[in-house]
Write a protein that binds this ligand. Structure first.
Ligand code: BES
Ligand code: ZN
Length: 620
């Protein structure tokens, strides 16, 4: 008995400490709508103020979020999204204790945070800290950075990960302004999707303002040993000092891109446009965080050949950030418009032969994806998705991006560029700082374009609501790539290296060549190709990806050490996915893939890690 006594005291004390707050007496019905528990129909979220300390030791952000709300419906509850968050207390007007409770955890959606509020509550302060494995947060060790000296933190909130670092209404239908005070060690410069600071200071305290309303998926923070270099009047690049010059060289055309984009579709709405070059574990190519695009270092190819990615993220400043998909089912409105706009920026800056190469490569990727999906998940080839009960990440595919873009190209072909451009300008102007559904788009299209062109053959319903790729999908005829296709077929037939003349090749020529080599017929020529063009040793992540896929299809042994190295050093999902997907097609490949994944997974972001674990059928 005397044994139990101290234990129960400890237990009681623990219980008292953890339950000092009042709980919600009668929990309301908790329903997930558009991947969110939040009651944004009843309470308007106007603004968020963040006050957070960055702790690299604990891998934790800790502090508070003060949400400014308008309880126009008079509901007794504010419901927010959280996941993997520890809520310490909640104060109304940052003064009086509020009752709060967390709902049941739901896979990838998280937990509702239900807070008792009054009709006239205007401010709700949530004191909280994040968990070390919060999915939006990637904490990098010094070894994972370019400088190898300081750790690094970056966030990735899209699609529904903001809730793992900020308690909020985590649905793209909700727009709010935000401000923040971030505290960190003086070796670091924190950056946010807001008005930024350009230099480190001695206090280690940084203030941020985002005065334009944004959806939660655009909340972003990065903290590292970062420096800035200006590229133009309102733009520049942030990177670790080791990467700064290379990055500035690569993005030298940024001022022209911003000017070109504004000429096409209206004034740039966000003040500054900077790019932050992250360490290689960033799981995406780029993320359009307002005022500061986050980018993978894999686009720093040294020859400016991969800058269309920056054009893409810049284009999101209109399609996505200004005019936002209202739900993740409408994701094609963000990405389809953005790919279209990206190609227009590239055409304006570098000419049609160049942008045609990009467009034809993309169309090729789309056709492969449509064929694949038609076998495995035909419903996912529709532009308008139904992601109820699924992770919005499932909607991230070539369909939203490239089928979306081809749909818009088709309309352009039907009505002609001047009328189409006028329509797009009107669309951005009409919906700016709003969120749109696919039906809003259709309504606007009918009223502002179709009515004026009754004879145009615009089968928008088929494109948006049907599976597959409609017959009137535009063709793209890149003369440059035609030349490459001819070389590839000659090589496939004759196996003579001299069939391939690489003078003047850009990255895009290479990709097209590699995609047109027929893996089976050139099995015996892999070594010859490699010695002629040093592909295994390439440092261009795009070329490496396509070449390594070809190597795996042919079990070309001399490349495996480099493939392993690639999988260990690159974290971008787009590159990891095809390599692992091809590895799992053979028993030896599975063994190799699993072994490398075990070593590499610590350096992958959760987004990439989950995708690859699925491919390898490993439960993470
Ligand atoms: N917004 C996306 C990235 C994203 C989408 C993150 C959905 C999470 C969920 C970004 O604009 C993007 O599309 N990036 C692409 C690059 C682009 C050139 C196609 C990428 O990361 O590969
Ligand atoms: Zn995008």
């Amino acid at each position: 008995m005397k044994f139990y006594f101290p234990i129960s005291i400890t237990f009681l004390t623990m219980l008292m400490v953890s339950c000092t707050h009042k709980s919600i007496q009668h929990m309301p019905d908790l329903k997930v709508k558009n991947h969110s528990f939040s009651n944004y129909d009843s309470v308007a979220l106007k603004s968020i103020y963040l006050n957070l300390k960055v702790d690299f030791e604990k891998k934790e952000l800790a502090g508070k979020a003060i949400l400014e709300i308008d309880n126009h419906s008079g509901t007794p509850y504010l419901m927010l999204d959280t996941r993997q968050l520890q809520i310490d207390k909640v104060l109304l007007e940052d003064k009086t204790e509020a009752a709060f409770s967390l709902g049941k955890e739901q896979e990838f959606i998280g937990q509702a945070l239900v807070i008792g509020i009054e009709k006239n509550t205007h401010k709700v302060a949530v004191y909280y800290h994040t968990s070390p494995n919060a999915e939006a947060l990637m904490w990098l060790s010094p070894e994972q950075t370019a400088g190898k000296k300081y750790p690094f933190l970056f966030t990735q909130s899209q699609a529904i990960l903001a809730r793992t670092w900020v308690p909020c209404m985590d649905a793209p239908a909700v727009r709010f302004t935000y401000s923040a005070d971030i505290f960190c060690d003086t070796a670091f410069l924190p950056l946010m999707s807001a008005a930024n600071n350009f230099e480190r200071n001695k206090e280690g305290k940084y203030h941020f303002e985002m005065p334009q309303p944004i959806p939660s998926y655009l909340l972003a923070l990065a903290v590292g040993h970062l420096e800035f270099k200006t590229l133009g009047e309102n733009c520049g690049v942030f990177a670790e000092p080791e990467m700064l010059e290379k990055s500035a060289y690569e993005f030298v055309d940024l001022p022209k891109m911003i000017a070109g984009a504004s000429e096409l579709y209206g004034a740039y709405a966000w003040g500054r446009y900077d790019v932050l070059v992250l360490p290689p574990s960033f799981p995406f190519g780029g993320m359009e965080n307002p005022r500061i695009t986050f980018a993978t270092p894999t686009i720093i190819a040294g020859d400016r050949s991969l800058v269309s990615l920056v054009a893409h993220e810049l284009a999101h400043s209109w399609s996505g950030n200004l005019v936002t998909n209202q739900t993740w089912d409408d994701f094609w409105l963000n990405e389809g418009f953005t790919v279209y706009f990206e190609e227009r920026i590239m055409e304006k800056l570098y000419g049609k032969p160049y942008s045609d190469m990009l467009a034809e490569l993309s169309l090729g990727e789309l056709k492969v994806t449509v064929d694949d999906f038609m076998k495995s998940a035909p419903g996912d080839t529709k532009l308008k998705l139904n992601l109820t009960g699924r992770n919005p990440d499932d909607g991230v595919s070539d369909i939203a991006y490239i089928k979306g873009c081809m749909f818009l190209r088709m309309i352009e072909q039907q009505v002609g560029r001047p009328a189409w451009d006028q329509f797009v300008n009107a669309y951005f102007a009409h919906f700016k700082f709003k969120t749109v559904t696919t039906n809003d788009f259709i309504g606007f299209l009918k009223e502002n374009l179709l009515n004026k062109y009754p004879k145009a053959q615009i089968n928008y319903e088929e494109w948006i609501f049907n599976i597959g790729l409609p017959k009137n999908c535009p063709e793209i005829n890149s003369t440059e790539l035609k030349r490459v296709a001819a070389m590839a077929s000659e090589f496939n037939a004759t196996k003579k290296i001299k069939a391939i003349d690489t003078v003047g090749f850009t990255t895009h020529h290479w990709l097209y060549l590699l995609r047109n080599l027929s893996a089976d017929s050139i099995k015996s020529e892999m070594g010859a190709l490699d010695s002629a063009f040093h592909l295994t040793a390439s440092n261009n992540a795009e070329i490496q990806c396509d070449w390594y896929v070809l190597c795996i299809k042919n079990t070309y042994q001399p490349a495996y050490a480099s493939i392993e190295n690639y999988l260990m050093s690159v974290g971008r999902r787009k590159f990891l996915k095809p390599v692992y997907e091809n590895l799992v097609k053979t028993p030896e490949g599975i063994v190799f893939g699993k072994r490398v994944f075990e070593k590499a997974k610590e350096s992958y972001h959760a987004v990439s890690r989950n995708t690859i674990a699925n491919i390898l059928m490993i439960k993470e």
